[in-house]
Design a protein around this ligand. Structure first.
Ligand code: XLS
Ligand code: NI
Ligand code: NI
Length: 437
């Protein structure tokens, strides 16, 4: 096998003073932070679709990025060339995981049967490379949005034949993920929503989606897959209204269909911002409700209103997010997936290294900052102090059921109580955070 990335060798850690663009300055995989190796905190994964399959297309122009496996030819042979380049890249970068959609790994065939056979054959080849390199699978997923058969949704399609087709595709992708030792399986509902209510029966579509998820969970248990099933919320794009809008909407959905103990969330930075939230808001909401599973760490662009899938580059932003993750005890089966792509003009194979090195260093730096925030304890102390009143008698009585609405009224009226507002200290806390950066 001829190497593809001929100009780049394995990426070393050289420390913050290094001027070598092909070295890590912060990501030192064996460095122990809060009792755990950096690699085990961050559990980086490469997104097969963006890193290997990105062509640079945008709504106004075609392919700019050229790769031998993107040329015309026998699709299975090209998929293998792509696979070799993928594992060469994973190994040189030194990442522990990757993620894939069924159709990135293996081409779609003339029927579902043929597509499944392609996927099985490519999974065998991927497994051999996984064994050679030690790179593992963070999650697999099915592409239920690219083909025109899914234009009106997969599980939420008005045609039950499309529902069945999607079920068949997810079965194959989940079976394959299981066989490859994947530790999660992701469902992202890009077409599970609608363009206009004029042609949509929302109640029916929600029930279809609930039933679909139920079938996936049932199958997971049937085959003995012990990984986590994850839903990736996104408010819109490609559909105008997506049912898995944000963490709160998915949480309510899981409750309604009795799946809240079975499914967790994969939170993506750019999806959070498209929903009008910060990344850390979505993480905190999911953590507070026990459903945070994994993250896609690609950010958007402040000036553009779509999912631009860019690599993280702000240690401060990432630190605030990692702070929430550390506070909940870290990601369990989850990890940090770079669902991010190089820009249309970043043509060279080396650009892939620059992108990932920068993203990994940003996260590593964010981890160090967040760990300092935790170790110092001042932020937590300020929060504890703010809520300290709830540890007293009144707070206890509210929650143990011994105080009724009337009792609370008496407490205030008869006690002549007038609560005294106290400063929220936002600016002081923002200044405190700045000290750790
Ligand atoms: C698209 C999503 C997608 C999922 C996997 O916006 O982020 O890439 O992560 O299907
Ligand atoms: Ni996305
Ligand atoms: Ni994503």
């Amino acid at each position: 096998m001829e190497p593809f990335f001929t100009n780049v060798g394995p990426i070393p850690f050289e420390g913050p003073d290094s001027n070598n663009p092909m070295a890590f300055r912060w990501y030192d995989r064996d460095r122990v932070v809060l009792g755990k190796r950096m690699e085990d905190h961050l559990r980086f994964a490469i997104a097969y679709w963006h890193t290997l399959c990105t062509t640079g297309v945008d709504p106004f122009g075609g392919q700019t990025i050229l790769r031998p496996w993107l040329d015309a030819g026998d699709p299975m042979a090209l998929a293998e060339v792509k696979l070799d380049a993928a594992f060469e890249f994973f190994e040189k970068l030194g990442v522990p995981f990757f993620c894939f959609h069924d159709r990135d790994l293996a081409p779609e065939g003339a029927s579902l049967k043929e597509s499944n056979a392609n996927l099985e054959a490519m999974a065998d080849k991927a497994l051999a490379r996984m064994e050679q390199t030690g790179v593992k699978l963070l999650w697999g997923t099915a592409n239920l949005f690219g083909s025109r058969r899914f234009m009106a949704g997969a599980a939420t399609n008005p045609d039950p034949e499309v529902f069945a087709y999607a079920a068949g595709q997810v079965k194959a992708a989940l079976d394959t993920t299981h066989r490859m030792g994947g530790v999660n399986y992701v469902l992202w509902g890009g077409r599970e929503g609608y363009e206009t209510l004029l042609n949509t029966d929302m109640k029916r579509e929600l029930n279809q989606l609930g039933r679909f998820l139920d079938l996936v969970v049932e199958h997971k248990h049937r085959i003995g897959f012990t990984g986590t099933i994850l839903i990736e919320p996104k408010p819109k794009e490609p559909t105008k209204h997506q049912y898995d809008f944000d963490a709160a909407a998915v949480h309510a959905f899981l409750h309604k269909y009795g799946l809240v103990d079975e499914v967790k969330l994969n939170i993506e930075v750019n999806h959070a911002t498209l929903a009008g939230h910060t990344f850390e808001h979505e993480l905190a909401y999911a953590a507070a409700n026990g459903i945070l599973g994994s993250v896609d760490v690609n950010r958007g662009d402040l000036l553009l209103g779509w999912d631009t899938d860019q690599f993280p580059n702000s240690p401060q932003e990432v630190a605030l997010a990692i702070y929430e993750i550390l506070r909940m005890g870290g990601l369990d089966t989850g990890g940090f997936n770079f669902d991010a792509k190089i820009r249309r003009q970043s043509l060279d194979p080396e650009d892939l290294f620059h992108a990932h090195i920068g993203g990994m260093d940003t996260c590593a730096r964010g981890l160090l900052v967040a760990a300092a925030m935790i170790e110092d304890g001042k932020l937590q102390a300020a929060v504890d102090e703010r809520y300290a009143g709830w540890n007293g008698d009144l707070g206890r009585r509210v929650f143990d059921g011994s105080a009724s609405l009337a009792d609370l009224s008496d407490h205030v009226v008869e006690g002549g109580i007038e609560p005294q507002p106290r400063s929220g200290r936002q600016e002081a806390l923002e200044n405190l955070v700045a000290r750790y950066i």
